[in-house]
Structures are given as structure tokens and as C-alpha cells.
Design a protein around this ligand. Structure first.
Ligand SMILES: *Cc1c(COP(=O)(O)O)cnc(C)c1O
Length: 371
């Protein structure tokens, strides 16, 4: 019998690089503490405890720190990233900031492909980490532009929208779901009635939904979508081919197509929230917790209040969890600028008033119906 000729193993230099890269990634994880699960107090919500997992405190300012670490680790372990590989990503900004940080840590070139409307602060952060920004006119163009740059440079397209749900360890390994449920253990109602989360890649809601089943919990998952996004239609009709022509106005969430990482089967309920309501909720929550949160956190918080209001109407008590996805520091010249808000045609006042009244009295009367 012929002797089997084995292909050569990765050479020593490559193995050394991979070993060093893995050590650097483990080091970043070890330097990180778990993020806080904060419990703000709202006088009108007697009997319903609200918890917010504060993902804005990661070194790169958002929940995408976890994702970026996982995607790069996944790329290395798949043999797609090695010494000198150019990393390319399609992003609405937050993921690119976190990936730029990890690319810098590993001394790899990084290119972010983003819509021109991405906040100036995120662009500055990416460039500070040595990343290059490539702009396209609409959110729908990012995918092909990112793939083209990866092809031209012989680089690796990280493709968060496809791989977010796969690169994250859904059974645990300190993913965000495992951390939330562990932090809830000593609470009065340790099994939240609902977790409320928005969707960008859909990866976080996929992780939470799977984890709820894996641990056989009684918790349900409500995903909140924005005005201009394809996710809600997919959830309602099952159509994965759904699209939305206009770009989302809430950075980080809402997509022009149904992303591969969006998994409707692990979602129990979905609601679409007007953008003005999201931004009003962002401001109301920021006032109440004395620090600014981002727009998508407003969407989350509005959804959480809506669920709380439904529970109150049904006479239910319990606990609810949502996430602070990033901080408002990135949006001072947009969502927190009254002139910018007016120029966009948003009228936040009626929504703000409705939410403030709800948080004080427990009764919700909205300017228009939600569902
Ligand atoms: C990505 C992102 C989300 C949504 O998280 P996914 O896991 O991608 O669905 C929410 N808010 C912000 C600011 C984000 O960057």
C-alpha cells in the first residue's frame, strides 16, 4: 500500500503567531470584569423589578466587545486569520470599533465598511485604533463592499451578520445570557418573566433565546424592532427574504435584510417601536439613571416599559431584564442634540411625557398604538 502523504502542518512561525494571538485574546478577557446588572427604581412599577445589563462598560464601549473577541477567535480557530491577515467588516459602527481594538491588539490591518451616516465619534474611535474607514451610501451596500475589499486585499471578511450567532458559545462560556441569569440568582424573582432585546445582527437575541431553552427557564424573549427594518416582517410572516429600502435611524439595530444571525424560532414575541418613542425612551432612561445611554438602549427600554405595562394590566408581578447596549457619549451631536432631533422631524415630547407618567404612576397612555 502506498504511503499516505500528509499535508504539512502549519509551520512554526504561524503556530507561534497563533499562540501569541490566543494569549493576547485571553489576556483581554482576563482583564475584564463582568458587566453590572443594574436595578433602577421606578416608583410606578411596584411589584415589577427592572434590571439592565450594562454592556456599555466594556473597554470598547458596547456589547460588541464580546462579539468582536468571539469573531476573531473563531476566525483564528477556523484557520482564516493568521499573521498579517487584513480584517474587513461591514458594520453600522459599534462592531467596527471593537474589532479595530482587537486588530490593533493583534497588530493586524483593519478596514471598516460603514454607511456614511455613522456617528463621527465611532469613526474617530476606529481611526484611533489604526483602522481604516470605507464609506458607502446606504446600509444595504456594506456587505458586497466589504467582501470586495477582502478579495482585493486577500484579507478576511469577519461578517458579523452571518457569524454572530455561530461564533458565540450559546451554552455558556460567560456569554451575556449566562452572565445575566447568574447575576439574577439571588433576586426576589430570579427567573425574569421577559428579557427584552433589540436586533442588529440578531446574535444577542439568538444567544439569549437558546440559553433560555438550554436551561429550561420560564423566561420569554421579546425582540424589539425599529421603523425601518426587515426583521419584524420576517418574524410575522416567516419570510426570510423580507427587505426594507430605508436605512434604520437607530444606530446598531434594524437591518435592510433579514440577517442570517437572526433566529425567529427562539423569539416569543416581537414588537415594532416608532423611532421617536425609542429616542424619547433613551432620554427618559438617561435622566433616571443619571448617565447617557445610546439610541438602541432607548428601543430596549421602551419595549421593556411596554411589557411592564401589559403585565400591570394583567395584574402580574415579576422581573424584567434588558440591556444597555452602548453609552450616549457616541451620540452627543445627534440623538442628544435638540436641533438635530428637530431637523429629523422627530417629536419626542408626547412619548417622553407618556413614559415619565408611566414610570411615576404605572399607567401608560401612548400617543399612538404599539404592537
Ligand atoms: C449590535 C448592537 C445591538 C444589537 O445587538 P445584536 O446582537 O447585533 O443583535 C444593539 N445596540 C447596539 C449599540 C449595537 O451595536
Amino acid at each position: 500500500m502506498d504511503c499516505l502523504t500528509l499535508p504539512p502542518l502549519p509551520d512554526c512561525a504561524e503556530r507561534n503567531w497563533i499562540g501569541r494571538a490566543l494569549t493576547l485574546l485571553r489576556g483581554d478577557a482576563r482583564r475584564s470584569a463582568d458587566t453590572h446588572l443594574i436595578k433602577p427604581f421606578f416608583p410606578g412599577l411596584d411589584g415589577i423589578s427592572i434590571y439592565l445589563k450594562d454592556e456599555s462598560t466594556h473597554p470598547t464601549g458596547s456589547l460588541k466587545h464580546r462579539l468582536a473577541r468571539s469573531l476573531i477567535l473563531y476566525g483564528i480557530c477556523n484557520g482564516h486569520i493568521t499573521q498579517g491577515t487584513t480584517l474587513v467588516e461591514a458594520s453600522s459602527g459599534s462592531t467596527a470599533v471593537s474589532e479595530a481594538y482587537f486588530a490593533k491588539l493583534l497588530s493586524l490591518p483593519f478596514v471598516a465598511v460603514m454607511p456614511r451616516s455613522t456617528s463621527a465619534q465611532k469613526i474617530l474611535e476606529i481611526e484611533r485604533f489604526g483602522g481604516r474607514c470605507h464609506f458607502v451610501d446606504t446600509a444595504g451596500e456594506v456587505y458586497s463592499a466589504a467582501q470586495a475589499i477582502a478579495d482585493e486585499t486577500g484579507g478576511h471578511y469577519l461578517d458579523q451578520f452571518t457569524f454572530a450567532e455561530r461564533a458565540t458559545d450559546w451554552r455558556g462560556n460567560n456569554n451575556v445570557a449566562e452572565s445575566i441569569f447568574a447575576q439574577m440568582e439571588e433576586e426576589e424573582c430570579p427567573e425574569p418573566d421577559w428579557v427584552v432585546m433589540s436586533a442588529g445582527t440578531g446574535g444577542t437575541s439568538a444567544t439569549i433565546g437558546r440559553y433560555i431553552r438550554y436551561r429550561n427557564l420560564g423566561t420569554r424573549l421579546c425582540v424589539v424592532d425599529v421603523e425601518h427594518s426587515a426583521f419584524h416582517e420576517c418574524f410575522r410572516t416567516g419570510n426570510r427574504g423580507a427587505t426594507c429600502a430605508r436605512s434604520s435611524r437607530i444606530e446598531g439595530i434594524g437591518r435592510p435584510r433579514v440577517e442570517p444571525s437572526f433566529l425567529p424560532d427562539v423569539i416569543d414575541h416581537m414588537i415594532r417601536i416608532p423611532d421617536a418613542a425609542s429616542l424619547a425612551a433613551m432620554r427618559v432612561l438617561s435622566d433616571r439613571i443619571f448617565r447617557r445611554v445610546g439610541g438602541s438602549t432607548g428601543t430596549n427600554f421602551f419595549g421593556l416599559c411596554w411589557v411592564a405595562s401589559e403585565m400591570r394590566k394583567a395584574g402580574q408581578t415579576g422581573s424584567l431584564v434588558s440591556l444597555i447596549c452602548d453609552s450616549g457619549g457616541r451620540y452627543t451631536s445627534t440623538y442628544y442634540d435638540d436641533d438635530w432631533i428637530a431637523a429629523q422631524g422627530f417629536d419626542l415630547a408626547p412619548w417622553q411625557e407618556a413614559l415619565d407618567t408611566f414610570l411615576e404612576t404605572g399607567t401608560m397612555t401612548l400617543p399612538s398604538a404599539i404592537g
